[in-house]
Design a binder for this molecule. Structure first.
Ligand code: AMP
Length: 399
């Protein structure tokens, strides 16, 4: 059992940093996707069940100068109450100050208070200590459950930690899940360990690949970024996506992988198109013989089969980035095939983590989210974790 699960929060005021940065309709301010709110409910519920009270703080959007109606967390109060089974949710229209202090001090066991958007104060993102201290006065304990902002050293996500002794700092259940999943893959991986890296740009993924060269046995490279590697090896890639200034990097990655005995797998064939459009003409060719005027927009069937084989032989799988332009039907077969292989491998005992951006969207879209071991909700934070960086929001709880 974890530190959070073991703790009894009875009669304690728990100050929780959540990630309620949900998308809102521009005119009605209705919540258009409540995934992040739902993800925080188990943590809140556990504290309420114990007989504690909860003070929630979050950012919403990117307010420029002080308070802005469209970024007010008051738009979330009604839905939060519904998600908590009809419980009253008090709201403080300032995240610090008299009203918030008074409401927090009067909060009884089992009650919930939501504070206004932290980013209405510049001090939040600056990691201002005085601001963090004011926030810390609300809670007997501080819980970080906002994995999505764990890579930021903001007042509420990291700096606040110094106002609590270690035994009063916790990860919430969501954060715990993310940290455990990342640790499982990055530090406790059973081998063979295959990393599947796709998406558009090599430049976005270099640090991840370099970190994984130290840990994985196999690295599958698909998506638009594969073509920089294929060109680096002398292939003709037509008008496929290519970062010419990263060709040298691609050469070096392949060399490093050889030296470390890590297998790099590039797509043998590709689905190519005569334009970047859903109604393009398509054909399947070897990835290194793409004619001029054509572009690779998905891995081909041979590549999908051989990648699937590698995945099925793995005991640990990390997947970041789609294999093709999966948003268009003609170019989604490769990503789908990989999703199937990851699901099958998971069923036969492999540990699989899907994290960061569009691969998460892809497994959700294809209905595979329950067939992998863990789907991360923390885009940028998970990517920095994969890069091997120390995340301030995690260090703040642990150190
Ligand atoms: P990323 O955010 O780096 O993971 O990139 C995801 C995006 O890469 C998605 O929007 C895909 O449509 C796009 N993508 C994947 N494969 C290709 C490709 N072969 N050519 C162009 N874009 C691609």
């Amino acid at each position: 059992m974890s530190k959070f699960s073991n703790h009894n929060f009875a009669n304690q005021k728990a100050l929780i940093r959540v990630d309620f940065n949900v998308p809102l309709d521009k005119t009605t301010y209705a919540i258009t996707d409540d995934t992040r709110m739902k993800a925080a409910i188990p943590t809140i519920q556990k504290i309420l069940n114990d007989g504690g009270s909860v003070i929630l703080m979050s950012h919403l959007g990117r307010p420029k100068e002080g308070a802005e109606e469209k970024y007010s967390l008051k738009h979330l109060v009604k839905h939060l109450s519904e998600l908590l089974g009809g419980k009253t949710v008090f709201f403080a229209n300032d995240c610090i100050g008299e009203q918030a202090t008074l409401t927090a001090s009067m909060l009884k066991a089992g009650e919930v208070l939501l504070l206004e958007n932290l980013r209405f104060y510049k001090e939040e993102e600056k990691g201002d200590e005085t601001f963090a201290k004011k926030l810390s006065a609300f809670g007997d304990v501080w819980i970080n459950d906002a994995f999505g902002t764990a890579h930021r050293a903001h007042a509420s996500t990291a700096v606040i930690a110094k106002f609590y002794p270690k035994e009063k700092r916790f990860f919430g259940l969501l954060m715990e899940g993310e940290v455990n999943a990342a640790e499982q893959v990055l530090h406790k991986a059973q081998k063979p360990f295959t990393a599947i890296i796709g998406g558009a740009k090599v430049s976005d993924k270099i640090l991840i690949i370099e970190n994984l060269l130290e840990k994985a046995t196999d690295i599958i490279i698909g998506g638009g970024m594969a073509y920089t590697f294929i060109k680096a090896q002398g292939g003709n890639i037509g008008s496929s996506l290519c970062e010419d200034d990263r060709i040298q990097t691609a050469i070096e990655i392949v060399e490093k992988a050889k030296a470390k005995n890590v297998q790099i797998h590039l797509p043998e064939d590709s689905v190519i198109a005569d334009k970047f459009a859903a109604d393009a003409n398509t054909q399947i060719v070897q990835s290194n013989t793409i004619p001029d005027g054509w572009m690779g927009l998905d891995i081909g069937t041979k590549a999908a089969n051989s990648f699937s084989q590698v995945i099925k032989n793995s005991k640990t799988i990390l997947w970041n980035g789609p294999m093709g332009v999966f948003e268009m039907e003609k170019f989604q077969a490769g990503t789908k095939a990989i999703a199937i292989a990851v699901a099958e491998s998971t069923q036969t005992g492999a540990y699989s983590l899907v994290g960061g951006g569009d691969s998460v969207a892809a497994v959700n879209q294809f209905g595979f989210n329950n067939k992998v071991s863990y789907v991360s909700t923390g885009g940028g934070a998970m990517l920095e974790y994969f890069e091997g960086k120390t995340l301030p929001g995690i260090a703040a709880v642990n150190e």
